[in-house]
Design a protein around this ligand. Structure first.
Ligand code: NAD
Length: 438
């Protein structure tokens, strides 16, 4: 099939690569010219395990192309996927400008019947607005083409996006068009069997994405709240996690206390769901608390640091292990590291940071405004002359470090563990002062 994917970000690029790998002809389009130039040269613009190889192979085999020309991408395809960003407005609602711009272009440039599929996370009712916009443009052109709308929310996880795309738990298709549903079934037949396809109406599909993210965020905030109570009560959140996670009604996933959730999805999608509910006249008390707990949790490590070193941190240096919002990605959107580093910097601390993939993003975008920061070549270099180590992201390479090496390099043997990765008893035997969550 001839597909166009509009938006070459974490979702669009991975989707384009995986559909090309499945034997389709894919044209991936983005407004960011420099991104497209790099992709055309075979350079992946994001870090995602396994992605570079698939991109290169499919470009070589002429299954996958990149363009910044929206007209070309619409006219060369039968199925158009919208995978552009839907960032958060100041009031928390989803900003749909990108999505509606694409819809306008589709209406303006389409010259054959098409299936339009929305992968971007959008509030309930958005796909109907997309259809209205396309219709409106077609009326202006005084021409008629048949088009079918489908909502196909994306559930891939950054860090395992290729694997998730190729082997999804389930695929949601929201559409009232039999034609669109049948084509989507065929398109996904290489990735999933019929049992993992869930067909529903468009509004329910749009809502499913928000409900899924709110549920996952609620589990994290629940455990973070439990961790606070554990600290006060003298209980151990990790033992509590094992205790409740073994209950088949609860299950073990997303029960890890830490320094708060981040990323491009949970914070923005919970906020967008709150905003959408409010517009519908409903006050979503639970959702508001999920976000409130998360906001508080991002400050827990800082509170532990100031409790240990005092409010004025000038003269102290902190080694930060991990900048990405989670392991195996270079994405720093809403990462807990941002709050921690900003709070340290505000108090005059010097920061030595290391992350296996996110340093470039930190330097050029997210931490450009921080003056008292330097970046290390590796995790051990970040420790030299530091007063404490702060573990922020759970990268595998930080899991079992050489603690003798850590001990030798740190000025003070102090570790703040924002991900509960280490064994406190073992560290105490090695002479470390160890602080964790819960
Ligand atoms: P992203 O910011 O990484 O990428 C979005 C891309 O869209 C950018 O490259 C941008 O230049 C491009 N773009 C913006 N306007 C455009 C336009 N008019 N025409 C063409 N390109 C345009 O975003 P992302 O993380 O890939 O997320 C995309 C959507 O998928 C969002 O709605 C997000 O909520 C959702 N989503 C993201 C994830 C994830 O893990 N990142 C998972 C599931 C769903």
């Amino acid at each position: 099939m001839n597909l166009s994917i509009i938006g070459a970000g974490y979702v669009g690029l991975v989707t384009a690569a995986c559909f090309a790998e499945a034997g389709n002809k894919v044209l991936c389009m983005d407004v960011d010219q420099s991104k497209i130039e790099r992709l055309q040269q075979g350079v992946s613009t994001i870090y995602e395990p396994g992605l570079s190889e698939i991109l290169r192979r499919n470009q070589r085999e002429k299954n996958l192309f990149f363009t910044s020309d929206i007209e070309e991408s619409i006219q060369k395809s039968d199925i158009c996927f919208i995978a552009v960003g839907t960032p958060m407005n100041i009031d928390g609602s989803a900003n749909l400008r990108n999505v509606f711009n694409v819809a306008e272009s589709i209406g303006r440039y389409m010259r054959n019947d098409m299936i339009i599929v929305t992968k971007s996370t959008v509030p309930v009712g958005t796909n109907h607005k997309i259809a209205d916009i396309i219709n409106c443009e077609l009326i202006k052109r005084e021409c008629y083409f048949d088009f079918h709308i489908a909502s196909n929310p994306e559930f891939l996880r950054e860090g395992s996006a290729v694997e998730d795309c190729m082997h999804p738990d389930r695929i949601i298709i929201g559409s009232n068009s039999e034609k669109a549903i049948n084509i989507m079934k065929e398109l996904y037949s290489l990735f999933a069997n019929n049992d993992s396809l869930i067909i529903m109406d468009i509004r329910s599909a749009e809502m499913t994405k928000y409900a899924a993210n709110a549920m996952l965020a609620s589990r994290i905030s629940f455990m973070n709240e439990m961790s606070q109570i554990c600290e006060k009560a003298g209980a151990d959140i990790d033992l509590v996690r094992l205790g409740i996670g073994s209950d088949s009604r609860i299950g073990p996933h997303f029960l890890y206390a830490g320094c708060g959730y981040g990323g491009s999805c949970f914070p923005k999608d919970v906020q967008a769901l709150i905003s959408m509910s409010q517009h519908l006249g409903y006050t979503p008390v639970l959702l508001e608390k999920i976000e409130q707990v998360n906001h508080t949790q991002k400050h827990v490590i800082i509170n532990k640091i100031t409790h240990r070193f005092g409010e004025d941190l000038s003269g102290y240096t902190f080694a930060i292990w991990g900048l990405a919002f989670k392991k195996n990605t270079d994405d720093m959107r809403q990462a807990p590291s941002l709050t921690i580093i900003e709070e340290l910097s505000k108090r005059g601390a010097h920061i030595k940071a290391y992350d296996p993939q996110a340093i470039q993003n930190a330097k050029t975008k997210y931490l450009r405004h921080i003056r008292n920061i330097e970046y290390a070549e590796n995790e051990y270099e970040a420790l030299i002359e530091a007063d404490a180590l702060v573990l922020v992201t759970e990268w595998e390479q930080f899991k079992n470090p050489d603690f003798d090496n850590v001990r030798q390099r740190l000025k003070n043997r102090i570790i703040f563990d924002g991900r509960n990765q280490y064994n406190g008893k073992k560290l105490a035997e090695l002479g470390f002062e160890y602080y964790r969550i819960g």
